[in-house]
Design a protein around this ligand. Structure first.
Ligand code: ZN
Length: 319
C-alpha cells in the first residue's frame, strides 16, 4: 500500500509518524483523485497496525503479507476507531454543523479497539463557518489519541484560524512515468493504457478507476456508442440515452469519463492532427462539464444525455 502513496506526501507523513508528535489535525490538500483518501487510510493503519513499533512507525502491514486485524478492518472500512464524515445527499456541497459536532463528540469517546482514533472530514473546504468554529474549539484543546484529517482540493474556504492548527500535507498529480508503475494499471491493452494515462491527467485514483472500467470493457463500449450516437443523432441517440441513464451510481463516472476524454483530445489537438479543431474540442469539453454540473441538481439523467448529444453534435458541425 505505501508504494502507492505519492512520494512527497509519503515522506511528510512518515516524518510526522517518526516524530511521534501525533498532530491533532492534518490537512491533505490537492486535486481530487491524487490519493488523499488512500493516504488517510494508510496513516490510520500506521497509527493502529499491530506490527508497527516505535522503531518502524511508518511501516504498517505491506501488501505482501497477511494483514493484521487492524489493517484488515481499516482497509475494509469496518475499523471502529476510524470515522469518515462526508457531505450527505441532502447537502452535497457542504458538511453541516450537526455532522461536524457528531465528529467532535466521536473524537472525545474512548478508543474501541485501536490505539489512535482518526476522523476524516471529506470536502473540508466546504465547511460552514459555524461548523468551522466548533472544530476550531476542539483543535484548541484536542482530545488525546485522536487526529482529524481534513481532505480538501484547495485550502481556500478554510478559515485561517483552522488552517493554522493543521499540519499541511500537499498532494499533486503524478508524472506519467510513476503512474505506469501502479500495479492497478497492469494487464491493460497498450491502447487502453494510453487512454487511461491521458484521461486521468496524473490522478492515480482516477487512473485506477478508469483501468477497471477499460478492463471490464465498459469504458470502451460507452465511448464507442457515444460517438455513434453523435454521428447518427435521432433514434440511435435516443437509444443511447435510454441505455446509459442507468445504473444511477455509474452515471457521474460516465460523464466524468467524457469530460476527461474530450479534455485529453483537446490537449492532443494542439500538437497533433485531430478530426476536430481545438475550438471544437473545447466546446465538447464545456458541454460535458455543463452536464456534470447539471447532474449536481438532481437532473433527469435521460434528458441530460439527450441534451448532451444534441449540444455535442452542434459543437462539431463544420463551420
Ligand atoms: Zn497491520
Amino acid at each position: 500500500m505505501s508504494a502507492l502513496l505519492p512520494g512527497p506526501a509519503r515522506e511528510r507523513l512518515s516524518s510526522i509518524l517518526h516524530s511521534g508528535a501525533h498532530p491533532p489535525a492534518l490537512l491533505f490538500v490537492g486535486p481530487d483523485g491524487c490519493g488523499k483518501r488512500e493516504a488517510a487510510r494508510w496513516f490510520t493503519r500506521a497509527l493502529n497496525c499491530h506490527r508497527t513499533t516505535s522503531r518502524s512507525p511508518s511501516e504498517p502491514c505491506s501488501a505482501e503479507e497477511a494483514p493484521c486485524p487492524a489493517c484488515l478492518q481499516i482497509t475494509a472500512g469496518t475499523f471502529p476507531d476510524l470515522v469518515t464524515i462526508q457531505p450527505e445527499e441532502d447537502h452535497p456541497d457542504h458538511l453541516t454543523i450537526d455532522q461536524v459536532r457528531g465528529a467532535i463528540q466521536g473524537a472525545r469517546l474512548s478508543l474501541l479497539t485501536g490505539r489512535h482514533k482518526v476522523i476524516i472530514l471529506a470536502r473540508a473546504a466546504s465547511i460552514l463557518l459555524r461548523a468551522a468554529n466548533a472544530l476550531l474549539k476542539t483543535l484548541e484543546e484536542p482530545p488525546e489519541r485522536a487526529t482529524f484529517i481534513l481532505l480538501a482540493d484547495s485550502h481556500r474556504g478554510l478559515p485561517a484560524t483552522v488552517l493554522s492548527r493543521c499540519w499541511i500535507v500537499p498532494f499533486a498529480p503524478w508524472p506519467e512515468s510513476r503512474l505506469r508503475e501502479d500495479p492497478r494499471l497492469g494487464g491493460l491493452e497498450p491502447d487502453d493504457l494510453r487512454r487511461v494515462l491521458s484521461y486521468s491527467h496524473g490522478r492515480p485514483e482516477k487512473a485506477a478507476r478508469y483501468a477497471r472500467a477499460f478492463k471490464a470493457g465498459k469504458a470502451k463500449d460507452f465511448l464507442r456508442e457515444f460517438w455513434n450516437a453523435i454521428r447518427e443523432g435521432g433514434g440511435p441517440a435516443l437509444q443511447f440515452a435510454a441505455k446509459y441513464e442507468k445504473p444511477k451510481e455509474e452515471f457521474p463516472e460516465r460523464l466524468q469519463l467524457l469530460t476527461d476524454a474530450f479534455n485529453a483530445a483537446l490537449a492532443k489537438s494542439l500538437s497533433e492532427k485531430s478530426p476536430y479543431s481545438p475550438a471544437q474540442w473545447l466546446c465538447l469539453t464545456e458541454t460535458a462539464l455543463r452536464a456534470v454540473k447539471t447532474l449536481d441538481v438532481n437532473a433527469n439523467r435521460k434528458l441530460l444525455l439527450e441534451r448532451l448529444i444534441y449540444e455535442a453534435r452542434e459543437a462539431i458541425k463544420p463551420s
